[in-house]
Write a protein that binds this ligand. Structure first.
Ligand code: ADP
Ligand code: MG
Length: 698
């Protein structure tokens, strides 16, 4: 069969599969199914093992069982105008049992005395007799169903939608599989299949729907997992290669006089980890490879300083630089801190955020266009507004998890492709980083300047709140500070979450009358926000009552206590960011998590896990396990999760192989032109190249 015929079958509307028709086609659309191919790609959600047959005498109430027998008697009783009870007695050589069906009188005709039947369902007791209500059933033997699909085997259970029963779904998909028989082409290189011992594509489709056993099922699943990742890896590798070929990058080379001066006036010296990453960055730029690098480092590991110093290499070579951060608050903080570091150096730094006055913005736009501004720090305003740089040579994106790849591309696409650096404090397991940031090199700042922060985390209950507040008073008396966090800023009708605005007043008047408190939340104006942060920084207030606006980057070295209300409302990665606000500069910190009173057992377990470790990588991994990578990273292809079967965090072997094999393939056969890779190239072109994009993240 040639490729065209093959595609003709796969791309036929699922409406023309026997048993579908226009009405069911509408329902199938709810499941995203349009074509025959979509049908066979509709993988089971789980399986029921109905392969283990019981004798009727062995049936026990409460058990889910499968058994076979002969139809002995059929009786239909009307129970009312629309209600009925159909009882089918089935027997084998060990005994008899009733199958009962409520309100399905039309089934009566199907049960003929003497027919061989096989049934699966749960046994219950009715007036002392064993019976099976609404079982799945099939007829066997002469005149029966040719192949078992509902019983007597491992049976698929599909994601379904109302109006389509599991029985119907099984029949439709079985029919679709049969129609495709002989026309499902291989899409992986023969050499890869051989080397990894993968099952062929067509066989995998058969086995994933109707597995002959659990081991074969696993083999089929493994093949599809590999397939899911392999083409993405090819895509990323191709993209990486194109980037390297196409774009010329700004010419950066020593000497770096300003950088030297800046290093001399920093109040500290770099850690070994920071130095290592600096040298990776430097060698990317000087080698002509160009810098496209992701720097991971736990909160407080000193990423900002690294990015600042790297920007200086570009400034030393006459380029402008830009740093994009996710919030105004963070932009402001970086701006003030960087300005302090730079004092006395002939470098002009400006802040560009959405809430500046039009006049002020215009000035900055002018300075960027003329080249007078050497460094601009800002928010999305940097890519949203029509800015032109005279000579942008270096771009930093801080706290990447808030930005998408698309935005990154936009910042990069102004004029010549600048060097760029992405900084993230949400550690991503390497396997996933490869997928999400596959076009970036990866650096990790392993060690923190003062060692891992000493923060003790405790999950406490509402009853302990008083004690927690006493501890806060002690902290304040020592001259240290606290964050008190609430998930929402105002109470809403639908929820009774404590809100920062309301709680602020109570806390100030009744709980901490002797200590000045401040309020900071997302709906305050930019000026109000910066005033609140400034007075907190100066120590004018003891505690900041706030929301997640402080999540990223806010740096108050003197803060040592963090109280998080309704902690179950926050994701683990987010909690880790929040916890990064305290225990800085080597001080010991305490973090109290107070879950809401209706927080469930799963939430509490999650919080307790969080309390048990301060290692950002472990927290991130747990978060991934719990929420799934799709949800966190939003890696999607045409609205569907890219990974239906693969879990990039736990399927590490597959990830490793795929990464390695994709490299070999792209290296040995650039552009996939060789004859033996034609199937791969065609599949890639049909399914991945168009519209494949890794969507916005976070
Ligand atoms: P990150 O962005 O990784 O969370 P920052 O760059 O904001 O971390 O640094 C956290 C704090 O540590 C800042 O106050 C910074 O000045 C300080 N810092 C950074 N590097 C060092 C270092 N090598 N030695 C001492 N302090 C450092
Ligand atoms: Mg930072």
């Amino acid at each position: 069969m040639n490729k065209k015929q093959n595609n003709d079958i796969l791309r036929t509307s699922s409406q023309y599969v026997r048993g579908v028709g226009p009405a069911r086609q509408k329902l199938l659309l709810n499941l995203g199914i349009r074509t025959v191919e979509d049908l066979i790609m509709h993988f089971p959600r789980k399986y029921q093992d109905r392969s283990n047959m019981k004798k009727i005498s062995e049936l026990e109430p409460g058990d889910d069982v499968t058994f076979s027998g002969v139809v002995l008697a059929v009786s239909l009783r009307k129970l009312g105008r629309r209600r009925s009870l159909l009882t089918v007695a089935v027997g084998d050589e060990t005994g008899r049992v009733n199958l009962v069906f409520f309100n399905q009188p039309y089934l009566e005709d199907r049960f003929k005395q003497g027919k061989n039947i096989i049934a699966s369902g749960r046994v219950n007791l009715y007036r002392g007799d064993k019976q099976v209500s609404a079982p799945d059933f099939e007829f066997t033997g002469r005149g029966g169903d040719k192949r078992l699909i509902h019983t007597g085997r491992i049976v698929p259970v599909y994601p379904s939608t109302s109006g389509i029963s599991q029985r119907m779904m099984r029949r439709i998909i079985r029919t679709a599989l049969d129609r495709c028989s002989g026309s499902i082409l291989e899409n992986l290189p023969a050499q890869v299949i051989g080397e990894l011992g993968l099952m062929t594509r067509e066989e995998s489709f058969r086995q994933i729907h109707y597995p002959e056993g659990y081991e074969v099922l696993e083999t089929a699943r493994r093949r599809f997992k590999f397939e899911e990742l392999f083409f993405i890896h090819i895509l990323l590798r191709e993209r990486r290669k194109r980037m390297a070929q196409k774009s010329s990058r700004p010419d950066v080379s020593p000497p770096y006089p300003l950088l030297r001066k800046l290093l001399g006036q920093l109040p500290f010296s770099l850690t070994e980890s920071q130095k290592k990453v600096m040298s990776e960055i430097r060698s990317d730029m000087e080698s002509g490879r160009g810098l496209s690098r992701l720097v991971q480092g736990d909160v407080g590991s000193g990423k900002t300083v690294v990015s600042l110093l790297s920007m200086f290499m570009a400034i030393d070579c006459g380029y402008q630089t830009a740093m994009m951060v996710p919030t105004e608050l963070l932009a402001l903080q970086h701006f003030t801190r960087i300005r302090d570091y730079l004092s006395g150096l002939p470098v002009r730094v400006e802040l560009l955020v959405g809430s500046l006055k039009a006049m002020e913005k215009k000035e900055i736009h002018k300075g960027l266009a003329s080249g007078e501004i050497d460094m601009v720090i800002g928010t999305q305003a940097l890519i949203q507004e029509a800015i032109s740089f005279r000579r942008l040579g270096f771009a930093v994106i801080d706290e990447q998890h808030r930005f998408g790849v698309k935005q990154r591309a936009r910042l990069g696409s102004r004029g010549e492709l600048p060097h760029f650096l992405v900084m993230t404090a949400t550690p991503i397991p390497r396997s996933l980083a490869q997928i999400v940031y596959g076009d970036l090199e990866l650096s990790v700042i392993e060690k923190l300047p003062f060692g891992r922060r000493k923060v003790t985390t405790e999950v406490i209950t509402e009853d302990d709140r008083g004690e927690c507040y006493s501890l806060a008073r002690k902290v304040f008396r020592k001259g240290e500070q606290a964050f008190i966090l609430y998930p929402l800023i105002e109470e809403t009708e639908s929820s009774d979450l404590k809100a920062a605005v309301n709680e602020f007043e109570t806390l100030q008047k009744e709980v901490f009358p002797r200590f000045p408190l401040g309020l900071l939340h997302g709906r305050m104006s930019y000026q109000e926000k910066s005033m609140a942060i400034e007075s907190f920084k100066k120590g004018d207030i003891s505690a900041l009552v706030t929301t997640t606006v402080i999540e990223v980057g806010v740096d108050i070295p003197n803060a040592s206590l963090l109280i998080i209300n309704n902690a179950e409302r926050f994701g683990l990665a987010q909690l880790h960011q929040l916890r990064g606000r305290i225990g800085r500069k080597g001080k010991e910190g305490v973090c109290y998590l107070i879950p809401g009173e209706d927080a469930g057992g799963d939430s509490l377990r999650r919080l307790n896990y969080f309390a048990s470790t301060t290692d950002g990588f472990r927290v991130a991994e747990k978060d991934l396990q719990l929420r799934g990578p799709g949800e966190i990273w939003g890696v999607r292809q045409s609205g569907r999760p890219v990974f239906r079967l693969l879990n990039p965090v736990s399927d590490t072997e597959i990830v490793k192989y795929s990464w390695k094999k994709s490299e070999e393939l792209v290296r040995d056969d650039p552009g996939l032109k060789k004859k033996q890779n034609r199937v791969v190239a065609e599949y890639f072109r049909d399914y991945y190249k168009p519209g494949m994009e890794i969507a916005d993240i976070g």
